[in-house]
Design a protein around this ligand. Structure first.
Ligand code: NAD
Length: 529
């Protein structure tokens, strides 16, 4: 299909507040036809280049409106997982021997196919994850740039092969990075394209074949993605897809012929996969990018309008369901009242609603469990004291709000430092505001989290910026951004590395050291004959 968005401005996470009226008009025109082709069908696994329908069928729900019929997905059992792994194994020899620069060319074709399918893919993410139009389109654009960036890295390195020093007697030596074989790629629901594509592209560029297991809440997107990979002409078996839940993921990660696992998701599941791998006869790589408990700091020298915009966008975008969502804001006592006033003003302009509609900033949360977590969180904040809940706190009702779970952006203040809501990742539109007198102490309190993904600061005082840079324990830092206090990383501009419990390898996605993690080093010495 011709790209209907050709000639229209690109959406990135940093420009989401720009005027996209022409883009929205285009989406309005094409939406009915695209959504009609996407929904209602029976999705399938992709094994060895062919659609495979094995397994019990489960209805695909839309968080926007429980009555929407998005179709069904098959749940892969261990037998289906085994067939996908065997297909990947069979393809692994040929893909490993494909010269690295040819692998990059193949992935660049995937990026082109993604570009042409941008609108279809974005519609899938809106319908099944409840993303706003701009969040969904931004994610596809990110995925395209991400592939390009990883290809650039591979091409610049010439495939990570180098000559070593000559040894005694004229021995020659080479060092090279080589693929492991077959990677299981297990992805979460909230970025159904960027994460599935990022991990898969890393594995494929590294010369591995892939079996992708997406979240059961993101199967329309994964199936659309599988079509893109097929269309781009990857050999059968190089990229495979199995649909299913935690049981499918478990069968895949523990399959004896899987050589490595790339996982993005919760800390709990990531750590369980690591422990499982460590209990085996030898350690296979587990590349895991996990949750966050991300804080922003607003000092007395901050531009409070910029701070309020950045904090609100990061706390409530995608209804708080980003690993990088801002979940705590530490505000200097002297600007607390002014900051709350501006935050309230910004929040009033961020529309919660049906994400299919143009003006919607954020839509529903993903499922009933998220709704229950919200109710419990609000209840525990209320129990902490009558003045704790300062904004929001309720489920929205009436019209589309009765068809899904739509939550009011919520701010709680002055909870005890070690209150559960200040320590646990919530993945909800709930921001905890803490007041501080000394920035150093606020940073110290934030660092007591076992997680360390992203963090942001608003300050004009250079000493405060320097203190934050020096002390904060997180892998992705931002200063003075109106578009997002803790969110909005983009390939080539920010790397995305979780410190502490937010990641396992000390190297992040979107960065220059990512693809190499899917490869292992081998040196080769040849004596002179
Ligand atoms: P999740 O951990 O529940 O599930 C992630 C994936 O793992 C899904 O495909 C799921 O089916 C599968 N899975 C669940 N249990 C499994 C098991 N025992 N064995 C194998 N596979 C299993 O996460 P989610 O709810 O889909 O996503 C939200 C989480 O992901 C949050 O914690 C968020 O912070 C994190 N996340 C992290 C990043 C990052 O880059 N660091 C990005 C996005 C999301």
């Amino acid at each position: 299909m011709r790209d209907p968005l050709a000639g229209l401005p690109r959406v990135t996470y940093a420009n989401a507040a720009a005027d996209f009226s022409a883009l929205h008009a285009c989406i309005d025109t094409h939406w009915p036809a695209i959504s009609a082709t996407l929904v209602g069908g029976e999705q399938a696994h992709l094994i060895d280049g062919r659609a495979d329908h094995s397994g019990a069928r489960v209805r695909i729900a839309s968080p926007i409106d429980a009555s929407l019929n998005l179709g069904s997905l098959p749940m892969a059992d261990p037998g289906t997982v085994d067939r996908a792994v065997q297909a990947a194994r069979r393809a692994a020899g040929g893909w490993r021997q494909t010269p690295p620069l040819h692998r990059a060319q193949a992935l660049r074709r995937v990026a082109e196919a993604l570009h042409d399918a941008r609108l279809e893919l974005a519609v899938a993410a809106v319908l099944e994850v409840g993303k706003s139009r701009l969040e969904a389109l931004g994610e596809i654009e990110e995925s395209i740039d991400l592939i390009g960036y990883y290809c650039d890295q591979l091409e610049a390195s010439g495939g990570w092969e180098q000559v070593l020093r000559a040894g005694p007697g004229g021995e020659s030596g080479h060092d090279r990075l080589r693929p492991y074989g077959v990677f299981a790629v297990i992805a979460p629901f909230n970025y159904p394209f960027a994460l599935a594509i990022g991990m898969s592209a890393g594995a494929l560029l590294g010369g591995n074949c892939v079996v992708l297991k997406p979240s059961p809440a993101a199967v329309l997107s994964a199936a659309a993605l599988a079509r893109v990979f097929t269309q781009a002409g990857l050999p059968p078996g190089v990229f495979n897809l199995v649909c299913g839940d935690a049981h499918t993921g478990q069968a895949l990660a523990s399959h004896p012929q899987v050589d490595g696992v790339a996982f993005t998701g919760s800390h709990e599941v990531g750590m369980s996969l690591l422990r499982q791998a460590a209990a085996a006869a030898f350690m296979k790589p587990v590349l895991a990018e996990l949750g966050g408990k991300n804080a922003a700091f607003v000092t007395a020298s901050a531009d409070l309008d910029v701070a309020a915009s950045g904090v609100a966008r990061s706390a409530f975008g995608l209804s708080g369901q980003k690993c990088s969502s801002c979940s705590k804001v530490y505000v200097h006592a002297s600007v607390r009242a002014d900051f709350i006033e501006r935050l309230t003003h910004v929040m009033a302009g961020l529309r919660v609603g049906d994400p299919r509609q143009a003006p919607t900033f954020t839509g529903p949360v993903i499922d009933t469990r998220a709704g229950q977590r919200f109710d419990a969180a609000v209840q525990s904040a209320r129990l902490a004291g009558p003045a704790t809940l300062i904004l929001g706190g309720e489920r929205l009702t009436g019209g589309i709000f009765d068809a899904g779970i739509y939550l009011a952006p919520t701010v709680v203040a002055d909870l005890p430092a070690d209150h559960d809501l200040n320590r646990r990742e919530l993945f909800l539109p709930l921001l905890s505001l803490q007041t501080f007198d000394a920035l150093q102490e606020a940073i110290g309190d934030s660092n007591r989290s076992t997680l360390g993904l992203t963090a942001g600061i608003y300050a004009r005082d250079q000493a405060e910026l320097d203190l934050f840079d020096d002390r904060i324990e997180a892998g992705v830092l931002y200063a003075n951004r109106a578009s997002g206090a803790t969110t909005g990383a983009w390939p080539g501009f920010q790397t995305f590395c979780g410190w502490k419990g937010s990641g396992l390898t000390g190297k992040g996605g979107l960065g220059a050291h990512y693809v190499q993690q899917f490869m292992r080093e081998q040196s080769r010495t040849v004596a002179r004959r």
